[in-house]
Design a protein around this ligand. Structure first.
Ligand SMILES: [Zn+2]
Length: 152
């Protein structure tokens, strides 16, 4: 998923008062990993997309009892879930590979393992922009709805 979808998912998942902290968390995995991949080469999902790093964030948020830290951890979680769902669907439609282990970095190499099916399970083309568009539309509808609710 791209930045608009990640922002939209974070906006939908977070409390209004903390939504921009969740958005920062939702953008963080790509902000960290894309420059690393551009500079060093290799797969563009590593430390920023690691579930192990995310668990450290959750632990830090719990220890600090900071609502902002919890919102950042929530935003990162929405990013990881969206990328995983996107990968599963894209894999089913385009490559017949349904999983990779990028969330387990650094324990596993991101592209070291995948479930490969004999043939594509679904024959219809997968359009990631359709899924992203639906997520963004739902977030915009939710934001507009919440503003209308405040005026009443
Ligand atoms: Zn990502």
């Amino acid at each position: 998923m791209y930045a608009p979808g990640h922002v939209a998912a974070a906006l939908m998942a977070s409390a209004p008062a903390l939504r921009w902290w969740a958005v920062a968390g939702a953008l963080a995995p790509d902000v960290v990993d894309k420059p690393v991949a551009w500079a060093l080469g290799g797969f563009s999902r590593s430390i920023g997309h690691s579930a192990l790093v995310w668990l450290c964030l959750v632990g830090g948020a719990a220890v600090s009892r900071s609502e902002r830290a919890r919102a950042v951890a929530l935003g990162v979680a929405t990013h990881l879930i969206a990328d995983l769902v996107d990968d599963v669907f894209y894999g089913l439609f385009a490559t017949s590979q349904v999983a990779s282990l990028w969330m387990l970095w650094p324990v596993a190499r991101p592209d070291a393992w995948a479930v490969t099916l004999a043939a594509p399970v679904l024959s219809a083309p997968y359009a990631p922009w359709v899924v992203e568009g639906v997520v963004v539309a739902l977030a915009v509808a939710g934001l507009v709805g919440s503003r209308d609710g405040r005026r009443a």
